[in-house]
Structures are given as structure tokens and as C-alpha cells.
Design a protein around this ligand. Structure first.
Ligand code: SAH
Ligand code: DHB
Ligand code: MG
Length: 222
């Protein structure tokens, strides 16, 4: 089984359980036209994030790595009345496209995109005494993963859910030669979750339209 099958199976489930979504299609089209890389989560992964937000009853969502706002739309659609999403993005052009997409999705009033390096924005939020977040999605530069989780922990409460994307990278996560900065970033965050008594987590390998990868789900317990 390989990519062709994974694509067809994703198409099947997407057709059966998600269906056409002009707003999301338009968001991807606008992102493509602006020259953004095609590295957003898939529709099935986006819907999983959406369902997790609802299962957690999250009212305040933090995302690190906005790109064109595709995952942000899925996440923010899971918010209750009065909920909010803040997404951190280093590239002003990505943030601009995302704001346009979030506006077109009717989510402008509950979403905000903050431009800056993720680590700096997280430190600024802690400094500003931001209220804790209920759900955190980490999907930016992979070498900084551990810093993102450390920063998110300072903005969490017992019960906060933290999801980290792209932790398997075609199985490269088990390569220990230190030659791949993204893999090093994943292994560091895995060590942090293993060591940190306030965190418990697990990892799930995935295949689909975006290849062989996986994500970590962690829960803040204290
Ligand atoms: N979550 C998006 C995909 C994000 S792709 C989705 O699924 O729709 C990763 C994003 O992280 C890119 O937009 C990239 O510009 C951003 N990024 C890279 N380095 C960053 C940093 N240091 N701080 C914040 N964002 C960063
Ligand atoms: C890359 C980043 C992502 O967030 C992703 O989902 C896939 C690939 C990348 O930087 O290559
Ligand atoms: Mg990703």
C-alpha cells in the first residue's frame, strides 16, 4: 500500500464524512494563488482537530503556525459562542492571507493572527498575563517544538490539550544521528513530555493525502 491508496482512502472518507466545503476550498485556492506551500493539514485531519476542540469544550484556542489559516478555520469552527482563537505566524504574508481566509469564513470576530516568531509571541503572552488556553495546536518550525510546548505550558491549566503536528516524518523520528533539525526538534519535545510531570501524552502515526506522518496529543494534568 502506498501514496495512491492513501489518497483514494482519504478521498473516500472525506467524501462520505465531510463533503464539499466551498469556504475551505476557497481558502486553499487563495493560499495557492499567494504562493504559500501546500503543507496545511488534510480535511480529515482538520476535522479531527475540530472534533477535539468540541470534545474538550475549548473556549480559548492557541495555534502556532498559521500558514493560510486552513487549520485555524477548522479549529475556530469548533468554538462555542464567545470563544476565541489566537494564531501565531512569523511570515507577514502568510498572516495576511490567513486573515482574508478567516474573514471569508465568517470567523473574523473570534480569531486573531499575531505576527512574530512563535517563541517571542509566547513569551509576550505570558508577560501580558494572558488567560490560559484550553487547546493548543503546534504546527510551525519543527526545531522549536520543545520551546513551543514549554511556552504553552505557561499558558495552560489542568485539562489543556496540546496537539503537535508532523512528529513522524516518514519514520525519520527514530533517526538519532542528529543530522535532521526537524527530527531533533521532535525528539526534544518527546523528551520534554516524557520528563515533565504536568504532561502526559501519546503519539499516533498517520498515512493519508499528505503522506506518512503523525501527531502527538498531550494533556496538561497539573
Ligand atoms: N497550521 C497550518 C500549517 C502551518 S505550516 C495548517 O495546517 O493550515 C507552518 C507555518 O509555520 C508556516 O506558515 C510558517 O511560516 C510558520 N512558521 C515557521 N517558523 C515560525 C516561527 N518561528 N514562528 C511562527 N511561525 C513560524
Ligand atoms: C512541513 C510543515 C508542516 O506543518 C506540515 O504539516 C508538513 C510539512 C514542512 O515544513 O515541510
Ligand atoms: Mg503540519
Amino acid at each position: 500500500m502506498a501514496q495512491e491508496t492513501w489518497d483514494a482512502v482519504d478521498d473516500y472518507f472525506e467524501g462520505a464524512l465531510i463533503g464539499p466545503d466551498p469556504v475551505l476550498a476557497e481558502a486553499l485556492e487563495r493560499s495557492d494563488k499567494a504562493g504559500l506551500p501546500q503543507i496545511a493539514v488534510t480535511a480529515s485531519q482538520g476535522k479531527l482537530l475540530h472534533l477535539m476542540v468540541k470534545m474538550a469544550g475549548a473556549r480559548r484556542i492557541l495555534e502556532v503556525g498559521t500558514l493560510g489559516g486552513y487549520s485555524a478555520i477548522w479549529l475556530a469552527r469548533g468554538l462555542p459562542e464567545g470563544g476565541s482563537l489566537l494564531s501565531l505566524e512569523v511570515e507577514p504574508k502568510h498572516a495576511e492571507v490567513a486573515r482574508t481566509n478567516l474573514e471569508a469564513a465568517g470567523l473574523a470576530d473570534k480569531t486573531q493572527v499575531r505576527v512574530g516568531r512563535g517563541v517571542d509571541s509566547l513569551a509576550a503572552l505570558a508577560e501580558e498575563g494572558a488567560e490560559p488556553f484550553d487547546f493548543v495546536f503546534i504546527d510551525a518550525d519543527k526545531p522549536s517544538n520543545a520551546q513551543y510546548v514549554a511556552g504553552a505550558l505557561l499558558l495552560s491549566h489542568p485539562g489543556t490539550v496540546i496537539v503537535i503536528d508532523n512528529v513522524v516524518r516518514e519514520g525519520k523520528v527514530i533517526e538519532t544521528d542528529g543530522s535532521n533539525a526537524a527530527v531533533e526538534g521532535v525528539r526534544k519535545v518527546v523528551d520534554l513530555i516524557a520528563r515533565e510531570p504536568r504532561l502526559t501524552g501519546t503519539s499516533i502515526q498517520t498515512v493519508g493525502a499528505k503522506g506518512y506522518d503523525g501527531f502527538i496529543v498531550a494533556l496538561v494534568t497539573g
